[in-house]
Design a protein around this ligand. Structure first.
Ligand code: URA
Length: 434
């Protein structure tokens, strides 16, 4: 067997690794026989020289196989999973999960927590009093069978190699490698066990990958991996050049999702949700996107998506009375009006900056161990291409102290771009990769 140092050398000089090399590498890193310093060098060599499609799929499958692989075959029907590469104000799972489930697609989804400037579905759900996201595998399956949907936390047993490698990437400046991101995401999606996968690849200044062409490359790589692993995979690019909807922060986003489930959400959020839900329904029912869209819209307008959401909340221990009366959810003690310092059109928003500001208010965490304030966040009053007059309220900041509000307001001062004329419209829905 070749020494690992020789494999690092091969990758450094642009040669391909064999399937066995890659499988041994993942196994060796998980069992501790490959030390951090060698794995770091390999990750850096991958950053510079990339991976072929074969290497990438082999790496992803080795990471998938490092832990538990869900067997969802006892749940009847075509299970469709959805993953978003994350963003600011992205509460789509709370809306499209119930829409797709109301249309008969079983949704057995494992979600994650927020870290850094992006929020996480699990944190949003846990802001509903009583809602449990730590169901055992058996309870998870039963919940899907009873209500058609369960949104549960991701267990450490799913692709543990990814957890170890991600932690190393985080401290070796190797997170932003497109093949490593693709392998990381797809190893977990493949282990989660659904039959088909929809990827929402966000792009723009509030996304993990900001450049459109790079986002497209990530989408293509993930679709290639999914297809080579035998799962129909579709990726939809969506814009993160402004926060999605008006609400950023955990229970503020739940409240906005409730409006959306009543058909009354902000236009951009509704459009992204209909688009993504249509893909899920089209994949699950093997029907055209147009027919799927009609079903998605009907699920909202008939109230079936809302009833499915309520059933999910009840099944997972949440108190549905808060959903019927969301104004009863915990409210921030400080609400600060952030005002426009000049008149003009808003021609740009630094979306990542809004995520950081929401984190300052208490809505996010910078380390995994940090706790969050479920009621903290930002409610936007205006978005890109709105005209405002000096002194108009641009956003309401929800937090627990005036000092935090001031600190977040300071951050927001550099997050708006104003001009005397409107700018180009944001392209909300981008390319589809199949
Ligand atoms: N999300 C993941 O799960 N993995 C990455 O590498 C980046 C984003």
């Amino acid at each position: 067997m070749e020494r690992f140092v020789d494999l690092i050398h091969n990758k450094k000089t642009g040669r391909e690794l064999s399937d066995t090399d890659i499988q041994n590498m993942v196994r060796g890193y998980c069992d501790g026989s490959i030390p951090d310093y060698q794995m770091s060098a390999m990750l850096m060599a991958i950053c510079f020289n990339g991976l072929s499609d074969r290497e990438l799929t082999t790496l992803t499958l080795a990471m998938r196989d490092s832990g538990q692989i869900n067997d969802l075959s006892s749940i009847p029907g075509i299970k469709v999973d959805k993953h978003s590469t994350g963003g600011v104000g992205d509460k789509t799972t709370l809306i499209i999960g119930p829409i797709a489930a109301a249309c008969g697609i079983p949704i057995a989804k494992m979600s994650g927590r927020g870290l850094g400037f992006t929020g996480g579905t699990i944190d949003k759900l846990e802001s509903i009093p009583g809602f449990r996201t730590d169901l055992s595998t058996e309870d998870f399956f039963q919940a899907v069978q009873r209500t058609g949907i369960c949104l549960n936390g991701q267990t450490g047993e799913l692709a543990p190699a990814d957890k170890l490698i991600y932690a190393l990437r985080d401290v070796t400046a190797t997170v932003d490698s497109i093949p490593l991101i693709a392998a990381s995401i797809m190893s977990k999606k493949l282990a989660a066990g659904s039959d088909k996968i929809l990827l929402d690849v966000t792009t723009g200044n509030g996304a993990f990958i900001k450049d459109y062409q790079q986002s497209l490359e990530l989408a293509r790589k993930m679709v290639t991996i999914g297809t080579q692993a035998g799962k129909t995979t579709v990726a939809q690019l969506t814009s993160m050049d402004e926060p999605l909807g008006f609400a950023i922060g955990n229970n503020l986003e739940v409240m906005e999702a409730i409006h959306a489930l009543h058909g009354d959400g902000p236009a951009d959020l509704m459009e992204v949700c209909y688009c993504l839900a249509s893909h899920m329904i089209s994949l699950g029912k093997e029907i055209s996107l147009e027919d799927a869209r009609m079903q998605a819209e009907d699920a909202i307008h008939s109230g079936r998506a809302w009833n499915t959401f309520l059933a999910m909340v009840q099944e997972q221990g949440g108190d549905t009375s808060y959903m019927e009366n969301p104004e009863r959810l915990p409210q921030a003690t400080v609400k600060y009006e952030y005002k426009a310092a000049r008149s003009g059109y808003i021609t740009g928003m630094d979306t990542e900056g809004f995520g950081i500001a929401a984190g300052i208010l208490g809505a996010g965490r910078s380390k995994k161990e940090d706790s969050i304030d479920v009621s903290a966040g930002i409610v936007l009053c205006h978005k890109v291409n709105d005209h405002v007059t000096s002194g108009d309220t641009l956003a309401r900041l929800h937090t627990s102290s005036p000092e935090l509000a001031q600190a977040a307001a300071g951050k927001l001062d550099s997050c708006y771009q104003f001009e005397d004329h409107p700018g180009a419209a944001i392209r909300l829905i981008g390319d589809v990769v199949v």
